[in-house]
Design a binder for this molecule. Structure first.
Ligand SMILES: Nc1ncnc2c1ncn2[C@@H]1O[C@H](COP(=O)(O)OP(=O)(O)OP(=O)(O)O)[C@@H](O)[C@H]1O
Length: 626
């Protein structure tokens, strides 16, 4: 072992790696001893890893673009540490090549001593090796971070590495690298073609469809055949644990799968988990449904509380603004007119878009939703437009189609379109004008036929005035524009509430007490339907098995706090005095009757507060003890 001590950080890990390097017979001043694969060996490795490379290539290029002026390069190695592909240019790459940081070179520890690729391969986790932490002196001009890319079953498929000049600091490099690896893993699972059903899930419905959702594929018998690391974390499946059965992941009978898949074409479904509160999920067939084997015929699906099929009927509870939006959307369905849906967050824009698809002539084809706000700016272009086949040596794969191609024949839903980076807006505009996509790294134009639906919770006209959205793109998108009412504005609140309660109760006979109903009615619901649905789920979960009425005690704590913090709506008919009394009473209630604390919050003296309480007592209906 060399006497040279690796410096912080990561000292124990680096120290152990130095020990191994020394055990391999290496010494820091070791002459250049390289293990370089021959051309044919490299071709074989490239071929064996063609699928990995096809998914990694576009994201490596994007990562590099983002770091273009930072003396760095991005590398992909196979699981043994053989470099397959590098993306970089300029002086730094020349210097890196002089130490064989190039395709065909082996960077396992036994050859190169402590280094990010080799040490990450040994440790099977993300490793950063800074400057003089490299075992071999000639590699110490480098700082490298490497992270494993996992197979859908959890093994190691390859290693993604970011190498830079040791004098340069790359902020957030590790986070960027890990999220890039996760993106590759996500696409690998999405493209598994041996599964029966693909399940996307997350504790937060808004994460569905983004690279940070959990994603798992199950076979014909319900056994999981692959999942990403988020899925493992959510389901508590350890790296070396066998992949579980569907029934063990979610508290649902595998036999009811068709019902779940069908329901999730309308909206995310709630999958029960143990322990609660469960997950939001979308399920889709990988292969067309067929009878589930080794089981008696599936029981007829339980009667649905809300229509599973059909589109807009599900959304119509009587509110005139919603009815107008539905009427107008129905008129343009099938007429190749882009639909722009505006409305506050959680008001049902995606559900509206799905209903538009389901009712239109493209319902047999895919509905593809892309949340422009949730995909890192560096990845959105390849995500949307895909990349070219055969863009690199030895790759057999057909390239990766983007989401636009996935939606061919069907509907593309671009959520949060206002968050799309400006340069990409120009590309999207061109695609919409030419009706062709040009995948990255290709000059081929591929014709696409999509119905386009976009949504934004921010007024796009304002974004145009601020220079953050292209006016010409807005004209293109804005065929028919509908604005969904916020939940607090809906005139059908009570009917809608009952419908959502029935859905949350999942067959239990549950109703709301009048007190709870009026509290829910008075609250402004900044998170709209999403927030109300979550609150109802919690309320139902808090009920004892024998309870059927939801009382104020069942309201979720955060909602009670939010309700208390919400300034009461002053009715036009309410005079100033009674409004003030109501505020005072609510404040006192919040502080459990503590007059000093309430006075402090109201910014008045205790004497003034007592005076107001006395006035309240004297008022008919007043209640100073509230
Ligand atoms: N009419 C409805 N019936 C049942 N559930 C609904 C209805 N409208 C919305 N939801 C539910 O509310 C949640 C939010 O809906 P959705 O994602 O469509 O809203 P959004 O406006 O697209 O939200 P965001 O702006 O955050 O993307 C989802 O769980 C959805 O299923």
């Amino acid at each position: 072992m060399s006497t040279r001590k690796p410096s912080e950080p990561n000292a124990p890990l680096i120290h152990a790696s130095w020990q191994r390097s020394s055990d391999y017979g290496l010494s820091p001043e070791h002459a250049l001893h390289l293990d370089i694969a021959s051309r044919s060996q490299l071709s074989e490795r490239l071929e064996a890893n063609a699928r990995l490379m096809s998914f990694a290539q576009p994201v490596m290029e994007h990562l590099h673009c983002q770091l273009a002026r930072s003396s760095s390069m991005v590398l992909l190695a196979d699981r043994d540490g053989l470099v397959l592909r590098t993306v970089g240019d300029g002086d730094f790459v020349d210097r890196a090549q002089r130490v064989a940081l190039a395709p065909g070179a082996h960077w396992r520890e036994a050859v190169m001593g402590t280094n990010a690729i080799g040490t990450a391969a040994h440790e099977e986790r993300t490793v950063a090796v800074y400057g003089d932490q490299h075992f071999l002196a000639r590699n110490r001009f480098l700082t490298c971070i490497a992270t494993p890319i996992h197979t859908p079953t959890g093994g190691m498929l390859g290693i993604l590495d970011l190498s830079s000049d040791a004098r340069v600091t790359l902020p957030h490099a590790q986070a960027l690298l890990t999220s890039t690896a996760e993106m590759i893993e996500h696409r690998l699972i999405e493209s598994l073609d041996t599964g029966r059903v693909l399940v996307r899930f997350s504790p937060h419905a808004e994460m569905l469809g983004t690279p940070i959702e959990g994603i798992a594929v199950f076979d014909d018998t319900g056994h999981m055949i692959g999942c990403n690391r988020r899925a493992r974390a959510i389901l508590g499946v350890g790296g070396s644990d066998p992949l579980p059965h569907f029934d063990a992941c979610f508290q649902h009978d595998w036999q009811r799968l068709p019902v779940l898949v069908e329901a999730s074409t309308i909206a995310p479904v709630h999958l029960r988990t143990s322990p609660p509160p469960g997950l939001s999920a979308r399920l889709q067939w990988c292969t067309p449904p067929k009878p589930i084997p080794r089981q008696p015929p599936a029981p007829p699906p339980a009667p649905a509380k809300t229509p599973l099929k059909g589109g807009f009927d599900l959304l119509d509870h009587g509110d005139p603004r919603m009815q107008l939006a539905i009427r107008r959307a129905r008129r343009v369905a099938g007429h190749d007119i882009p639909l722009l849906i505006q409305g506050e967050t959680g008001s049902g824009k995606e559900l509206f878009a799905r209903a538009f698809h389901v009712e239109g002539p493209r319902s047999h084809a895919p509905f593809v939703a892309v949340n422009c706000a949730a995909i890192p700016a560096t990845l959105i272009e390849s995500e949307l437009f895909g990349y070219a086949p055969g863009a690199f040596t030895g790759a057999k794969a057909k390239g990766a189609p983007g989401r636009l191609q996935d939606a061919d024949g069907g509907t593309l839903f671009l959520d949060e379109i206002g968050d799309m980076p400006l340069p990409l807006q120009a590309v999207l505009l061109r695609v919409l004008e030419t009706r062709c996509v040009t995948p990255l790294g290709s000059s081929n134009e591929i014709p696409i036929d999509i119905a386009l639906v976009c949504a934004s919770h921010r007024p796009l006209h304002t974004l145009v005035s601020d220079g953050r959205f292209r006016a010409d793109l807005l004209f293109r998108l804005n065929g028919l524009s509908v604005t969904l009412p916020a939940l607090r504005e809906r005139t059908d609140f009570d009917r809608f509430l009952d419908c959502l309660l029935a859905e949350a109760a999942d067959g239990r006979p549950v109703r709301l007490s009048e007190a709870v109903r009026s509290q829910l009615r008075a609250y402004p619901w900044p998170g709209n339907v999403r927030q109300l649905k979550n609150a109802l789920r919690v309320m139902v979960a808090l009920l004892d098995d024998t309870d059927t009425v939801i009382e104020p005690a069942h309201l979720p704590e955060d909602l009670v706090t939010a309700m208390a913090d919400t300034p009461p709506v002053v009715a036009a008919s309410e005079d100033l005095r009674s409004c003030e009394q109501r505020l005072v009473r609510a404040c006192l209630q919040r502080h459990g009757g503590n007059v000093s604390a309430a006075a402090r919050e109201l910014g008045i003296t205790r004497t003034t507060l007592y005076r107001k309480l006395r006035q309240d007592e004297a008022t008919p209906g007043g209640n100073a003890n509230a």
